[in-house]
Design a protein around this ligand. Structure first.
Ligand SMILES: [Zn+2]
Ligand SMILES: [Zn+2]
Length: 358
């Protein structure tokens, strides 16, 4: 099998617009899976990467909520084959201690495999006129007609499922839902506050409803997102943490706003837990150690929900089929050619989860 021509959205340099171009992609190497992409969600991390805030290889093809149909597999891939419908998730090494206990979000190789796009010996990549193009972001780079993913981040799904609605399960939705269901393990009747009603926050909210949480509060700057939060089961929705009533067993921060974290700790109940789920700027000075210690409170960092996508995505699909994970309420589809416009609408907070459809 030779290199094939593909269509991809290339970002030439930090902050540059997406340009849809013709590139070439290698055949799948050992452990790789060539996927014809049908849909790919736009995630906040794509915006951070596009703006150059992470050390990714420019020019680059972003996109890490891919979904599509397997075209070919490399050696050592047995769980999927050509024609299978698949969702793509983040990449991990599969052999380190964290991967060994099904916690690939804490893989010792997470940064090189997801942010830096480092390829292992023999693995295929992307090319433009004989020069390499940055790919393999989150082990996929799925803002393209085709992507090379890997054995561990390709999840097989039933052929009847709507890939354009379920593509975001691989990052944003599993991050919010996994935090509530797998990392925090919220129990029936417990209280939770969710800071930020984007795709991650609203997925945490849907998961809190699934978990049978009692009080479920949501804060966000956008009134239309607060309306949606109420429709999805929030018992209180407000513009500010100070407007919420009472203390909470759990608080999930999806905003990344450091100034919110001190006040959030103060709103934790005794032995309550604050989950840090967002991307945070470097910096400290938010911790009131006495307020944490004396109340037995906990603060936990969470990457990708703390889940193993191979196990958790099928669980989420089960909730979707039961009507308990109405992701269609979050998703709006855009033509691949409109990638720039879709990014703008996501950045402004107008759209909760934009999905590019090919
Ligand atoms: Zn993401
Ligand atoms: Zn690992």
């Amino acid at each position: 099998m030779a290199r094939i021509a593909i269509k991809a959205a290339v970002v030439e340099r930090p902050g540059a617009p997406f340009q849809i171009e013709r590139l070439e992609i290698d055949p799948p190497g050992p452990g790789q899976v060539l996927v014809r992409i049908r849909a790919c969600g736009i995630c906040h991390t794509d915006m951070v990467m596009r703006d150059g805030a992470l050390p990714i290889p420019f020019p680059v093809v972003l996109g890490h909520e891919g979904a599509g149909i397997v075209e070919a597999v490399g050696s050592g891939v047995r769980h999927v084959g050509p024609g299978d419908a698949v969702l793509l998730s983040f990449h991990s090494c599969g052999v380190c201690p964290a991967c060994h206990v099904h916690q690939p979000g804490y893989c010792s190789d997470f940064v090189p495999r997801n942010f830096l796009g480092i390829r292992q010996p023999g693995e295929g990549g992307l090319w433009r006129g004989g020069a390499p193009v940055g790919g393999n972001i989150f082990g996929q780079s799925a803002f393209a007609s085709h992507a090379l993913a890997h054995r561990d981040n390709v999840v097989k799904v039933d052929a009847d499922l709507p890939l354009e609605l379920l593509a975001p399960l691989g990052c944003g939705i599993q991050t919010g839902a996994g935090t509530v269901l797998e990392t925090l393990r919220v129990a029936p009747g417990e209280s939770i506050a969710i800071l930020g009603a984007g795709a991650v926050g609203l997925s945490a909210l849907m998961a809190a409803v699934i978990a049978g949480a009692g009080r479920i509060a949501v804060i966000d700057r956008h009134p239309h997102r607060l309306d949606l939060a109420r429709e999805l089961g929030a018992t209180q929705a407000a513009g500010d943490l100070a407007d919420l009533d009472g203390l909470f067993d759990y608080i999930v921060d999806t905003t990344g706003v450091l100034a919110l974290l001190g006040p959030a700790v103060a709103r934790l109940a005794q032995r309550g837990t604050l989950a840090l789920v967002a991307a945070y700027p470097p910096g400290t000075g938010v911790l009131d150690a006495a307020a944490v210690m004396s109340m037995g409170r906990r603060i936990v960092g969470v990457v990708e929900g703390g889940v193993d996508p191979q196990r958790f995505i099928p669980r989420l699909i089960g909730y979707y089929r039961e009507g308990r994970l109405p992701v269609d309420r979050l998703v709006r589809c855009y033509d691949f050619a409109d990638v720039e416009a879709a990014f703008g609408l996501s950045q402004d907070g107008y759209v909760v989860k934009a999905v590019l459809c090919l």
